[in-house]
Every structure is written in C-alpha cells, then in structure tokens.
Write a protein that binds this ligand. Structure first.
Ligand SMILES: C[S@@+](CC[C@H](N)C(=O)[O-])C[C@H]1O[C@@H](n2cnc3c(N)ncnc32)[C@H](O)[C@@H]1O
Length: 236
C-alpha cells in the first residue's frame, strides 16, 4: 500500500503539467543555466548495440536490467538468461530495484542500471549490483553525460532527463578497487569493472550529492574519464 501511494506521489511530481513550474523554479531560484557542454551523440552507437557487443565479446550468460520502461533494450538483448526489474512497466519482475535486490539470490555477468536517475538511488543500485556481479563482469549505466543544468536537474523539470547519475560515477572513480569510465555514446554510458582502479580520481569532497552542475561543467573531462566506444572495446 505504502509503495503504491509512493509511486502515485512520484508520478504526480514527475508529470509534464508540473514541468513548467519546476523549470521556472530551477531557472529562477536554483542553480543557473550556464549553457550547453556541446555533447553530440548523433553518430554514436546506441546503448543496445554497446551492451550486446560486450555480451558477445565476453561470452556473457546472464543479464540484469534495472529500469526497463518500454523494453526498447530489454526485449532485444540476446543472452542465455535475462531479468528486467521495473516497478511500473517492462522487464520480468515488477519491483523497485531495492526490493528486487533484497530478495535476489542470482548473480549476473552484465548489469545495466537505468532506473531512477537520482544520485542516491544510483549509488544504491551500484552497491547492490557489485554484490551480485560475477567475477569478470561489467556494470553499465545510462545517462551519465548531461549537456546542461536542465538535463541533470533534480527534481526533474523537463521530459528529456539524465538526472545526476554523473555524481555516482565521480564517487566510484575515487575507489581503489573499481575501474570506472564513461563511454562517449547514447547520453553517456558509465562503465564499472570490479578491478584495480587504473586512473583514480583525486577529489576533496565528503558528500558527492553536494556537487553542483557547474563543478561538472568545468571538470567533466577529469571527473568522468570519457573514452570512445572503440577504446571501451579494447579495455574490456
Ligand atoms: C529511462 S527508463 C528505462 C529505459 C530502458 N532501460 C531503455 O533502455 O529503454 C527508466 C525506468 O526506470 C524505472 N524506475 C524508476 N524507479 C525505479 C526503481 N526504484 N527501480 C527500478 N526501476 C525504476 C521507471 O519505471 C522507468 O520505466
């Protein structure tokens, strides 16, 4: 019952009717618009092609997708076993990622995190995924490279939305035992390997949720460890 009411509440506050008001609040009372970074993903590979290519190259057998929506990716993925988790639509299990992980006993070779695009939830999804990742596996995350403050604003204030997933990538980049990249394709695909960090980020911050869009705007190259798709295939 509580989950049902929470979902109704979330959907009301994510409705397009409220976007205009939230955009007005963002523009006038929150972090100011400092323009576009200029990311252009037009000629870059789609997330489905990236995920499927990695599965094929690594001969992965098990896939988990967190947040499936219309199954645009989930239905197309070819692999021995796949599970999709979404509390609203798509996938194979109707649950929030938190509830799924509480009950889960399976482990996975490839986990694609594309659920709620808010730093705290993404951080939880990453930590839970790390517990259920097979040796030699990979975690991928969608929407790691917002172009402007409206694309990353929390609360969401427009239809096109990346959220602040990027903050979770910045935090992971500071860990000794996580090797973390962002592939320059399809809104930025975060890539996490559970192995020695080859390019550790040094940053003096305790609470990553406090990072601002302008920090990212001026430091995204250093923060995100951006690589091309071709480079990603080489470092698998
Ligand atoms: C951007 S869509 C996913 C798109 C899909 N992965 C694709 O590639 O086309 C985000 C989805 O995450 C789901 N979602 C929201 N909160 C979630 C949560 N706590 N756990 C899992 N999924 C969640 C939403 O219901 C929505 O369907």
């Amino acid at each position: 019952m509580l989950n049902f009411l929470k979902r109704k509440y979330d959907r009301f506050f994510e409705s397009s009717k409220l976007f205009k008001i939230k955009r007005f609040i963002q523009e006038n009372f929150k972090e100011k618009n400092i323009g576009d970074i200029g990311f252009d993903f037009k000629d870059k590979p789609h997330r489905f092609n990236i995920i499927q290519e990695i599965i094929n190259i690594k001969n992965y057998k098990t896939y988990l997708e967190i947040g499936c929506f219309a199954n645009e990716v989930f239905n197309k993925i070819k692999i021995l076993e796949k599970i999709g988790v979404d509390p609203v639509s798509g996938g194979t299990i109707k649950a929030t990622s938190d509830n799924f992980f509480k009950a889960n006993t399976k482990t996975f070779d490839c986990i694609f995190i594309d659920g709620l695009h808010k730093y705290k939830q993404v951080k939880k999804d990453i930590n839970n995924s790390l517990l259920f990742l097979n040796k030699g596996g990979i975690i991928l995350l969608h929407d790691c490279l917002p172009n402007n403050v409206f694309d990353q604003a929390v609360p969401r204030c427009q239809y096109h939305w990346n959220g602040d997933v990027w903050k979770a990538i910045v935090e992971c980049r500071t860990h000794d035992e996580l090797d973390v990249y962002t592939c320059y394709a399809d809104m930025g695909i975060g890539v996490i390997f559970k192995r020695k960090n080859t390019n550790k980020l040094s940053i003096n911050i305790q609470n990553y949720s406090k990072l601002k869009f302008h920090d990212y705007f001026h430091n995204y190259k250093k923060f995100m460890n951006i690589i091309s798709y071709e480079k990603l295939l080489k470092i698998l």
